[in-house]
Design a protein around this ligand. Structure first.
Ligand SMILES: [Zn+2]
Length: 79
């Protein structure tokens, strides 16, 4: 997890970019484009970074992550 991802995630939470839809469904704004948002659950995100993760890190046994999933984690800790 890069420091940059965490910084972006914190900013999303602080700016109210995380909205709870259902128990495990959240809508989280894109940090690069405020007009865009993604549906995120506790372990999936529909953004490109998440989808590409497995392509780039295939077979390394890592779990995909992105600033939205990280923002959700911070959001849950605070709420
Ligand atoms: Zn994402």
């Amino acid at each position: 997890m890069s420091a940059n991802t965490i910084r972006k995630a914190k900013k999303l939470v602080e700016s109210g970019g995380v909205v709870k839809i259902e128990d495990d469904l959240f809508q989280i704004k894109s940090s690069s484009n405020p007009n865009q948002s993604y549906f995120v659950t506790s372990n999936t995100c529909e953004c490109l970074g998440f989808k590409n993760f497995y392509k780039f890190h295939h077979g390394k046994g890592l779990k995909a992550n992105c600033s939205h999933l990280e923002a959700l984690k911070i959001f849950k800790q605070e709420n």
